[in-house]
Ligand binder design. Sequence first.
Ligand code: NIG
Ligand code: FE
Length: 426
Amino acid sequence: MTALLESFTPGLPEKALTAADAPARRVWRHARVATLAGASGWGLIERGAIVTENARIAWVGDEADLPAQGNAAVEELDLDGALLTPGLVDAHTHLVYGGHRAHEFEMRLQGASYEEIARAGGGIRSTVAATRAAGEDALFASASARLRTLREGGVTTVEIKSGYGLSFEDEARCLRVARRLGTTGVSVRTTSLAAHALPPEFEGRADDYIAAVCEWLPRWHAQGLVDAVDAFCERIAFGTAQVERVFAVAKSLGLPVKLHAEQLSDSGGTELAARFDALSCDHLEYLSDAGIAAMRAAGTVAMLLPGAFHFLRETKLPPVAALREAGVPMAVSTDHNPGTSPTLSLPLMIHLACVDFRLTPEEAVRGATVHAARALGLADRGTLAAGRRADFALWSLEHPRELAYWFGHPACRGTVVGAAPKDLAP
Ligand code: NIG
Ligand code: FE
């Protein structure tokens, strides 16, 4: 049996095992497994084992009940008592961009608001300028370093939005970089967020810009660059009528939609998004009761982003108790971006979701696994059960509630993506 946690150490080149160098079947023994597979509870198996067949889970249960493996070539891996959870899913990031906005952070600490900075031409637009000036390889290099940090925090699936190019070619470049990041050991879903802000060349012509986005979307889609479509519905960005035009094109292409909604004000974006069966509505600090009812009826996930809440020193809380009461699934993600949430730790977001938004540790961990997967329309991950993808995170923890308890230092020992170990550390 291979002592797995000794055979993959940090700093070594990534070892992505393939069908060519490994048996198709693996038995992962000696783990405390939190499956999250039921409708509630951790699904904790104290002395657990998992059997994987190629990239999928074939069996999960108590090691004492492990089925006989017959004569098939099987690799046995000893997980040394680590806690094993579903790989974390970061379902809302803006990972590809140039530069940073530390100077605006200082301005905000001096009292300027996010909206004031945006209206004065800073904010998203300053990142657009830096992104347009960066070449594709430079964008890939900076984003892949960020992605590696996310992965070191247990993330095995990440959604990556465009939205800092805001022209046909600049957006395409960012989406190509996102696709390329999907070859580096994390599963990637791309989202077009061309309707993020008005680029300077369209100043005063927001409807013309939306018309351009509606023309560009089918072309990005034809290039295989887009898995979903997002927009920023806000008084400093686009109104519901403009977002509706973009969503209509997404629908005609068969692409799911999601929305940055009710982040700084109640703009009614949630009701619009629900009419388009949105996968998720994101931020939601200013969400109304009518918005909650619309999300509930549409089965839309409430994507909570405590990093942006914290970083903007927001005081209005998203209506978590009402969402819970309505049975709207709540997801938690990093919203990594240079303007409102420059964090690369999803476990830290799990902690903040509990302390600031009053989620229970179990809700927050489900929010970063099963509900985040749902927010991406992915039914094949987020829990550990036969048939699901073999995406795991391994932790130096005794109980999954500790994911919410410790903060600011990673306990992740490594990840497994599609049954291939990534940088597992002792
Ligand atoms: O999710 N709200 C809009 N988009 C980002 C922030 C973008 C930026 O400031 O660069 C967000 O908070
Ligand atoms: Fe965002």
